[in-house]
Design a protein around this ligand. Sequence first.
Ligand code: DON
Length: 318
Amino acid sequence: MNNKDAQALLTHIVARVQPLLSRGVLPKYIPQLTHVNQLQFGMAFITLDGQEAFVGDADVRFSIQSISKLFALMLALERVGDDLWSRVGREPSGRPFNELVQVDHEAGATRNPFVNAGALVVTDILCSCFAQPELALLQNLRLGARDERIDIDQGVMRSERGSCHRNAAIAHLLKSYGSIRNSVETVLDTYCRQCALAMTARQIARCVLPLAADDGLSVAGTRDSLKAAQRHSVVALMLTCGTYDAAGDFAARVGLPMKSGVGGGIVAVIPGVGSLCAWSPGLDESGNSIAAARAIEIFASHTGLSLLGAREWVRAAP
Ligand code: DON
């Protein structure tokens, strides 16, 4: 697909998702995120040969929230390699992202790095590797996005840190089973900082692009230092676990590896082709953006760039 066609498709998608923008809810448990204008929508598509198409609010910064779990995982894998999998599982949880009971039921084991329990363990690993893990993450993202303006939103960070009772409970439970090694406070501080990273759809798509490349090489010529097999595990986990208890449904509807966040962003990898990030704040009951999910679904069905190929029935759907 050339850039003109991609741009025309994104313009078509903005019109299609307009009726969805007022739907869904904002995440009340992070009070600062309820002040966001829900009617925003942005989307960016970047190809491995460096073409960028974007539309709407693609250059507006939003809270990346759980999309940071993907970046934290990549950094931790780069540091500790496959040893990471001895501390974090690779199975879908089939449960909400902030599930507590499963951690206790499974004696402190974590299902995967994208549910909060697994992400807290990944953050714990980063806390053991770096004095200031969030700065290491920030540096990687600025490099990947070729943009120094990426930063942590301090208001969102304080808002979540002040009310992260559920994550604190999960972290204490993990600690009681010996699954995290640093102090609970250190892990929670770092986790809330990484979740409060503010980025645009275009910046996120750029950072994820190396996951689409066989050689892990970005457009800028920077290489992610993951081995091919590690990159493949990350992409596979995005497909099976990236959208939580809705991952099976998304695999059947969209057929792309994706990672979502309660800030309303969803990023997708199109192996061998490029990356896609859509953003709109209104969330469904699983914590995934309604309009962003639909936008990526329409993109995949129109282009056939997914496991499912082109699908006329989605084209015809309202
Ligand atoms: O830990 C939390 O609950 C949030 N900081 C992130 C959750 C999230 O984004 C789940 N995504 N859909």
